[in-house]
Design a protein. Sequence first.
Length: 121
Amino acid sequence: MKKDNNVIVAKTYNFALRIIKLFKHVRKEQHEYVLSKQVLRSGTSIGALVQGAMHAESTADFIHNLSIAYKGANETQYWIMLLRDSKIINSKSADSIIEDCNEIIKILTSIINTTKSKLKK
């Protein structure tokens, strides 16, 4: 587990690690290659975009990177639901990952809204 003082950086990094484990499991045990690649791509991009936002050149760039991370988190939920509903992964695992994803979405929403409101002042 990566240690970091920034909650969203740590959560998205650990989420990406969890997605990588899911990807490996689905490929090895279920021999599923298309959906697993999609969830790997979207699930790991969230943390990469958050990391990029931490080094943004401007407030607008910061908001933009986090907004794309937010979209990636929503996309990841979609792929996880497809994996669950097609019985490729079990509901318990899927629901746990979706719960983590929802937490990330809430944090990103809060950061984006707070940053936008500071711009208006």
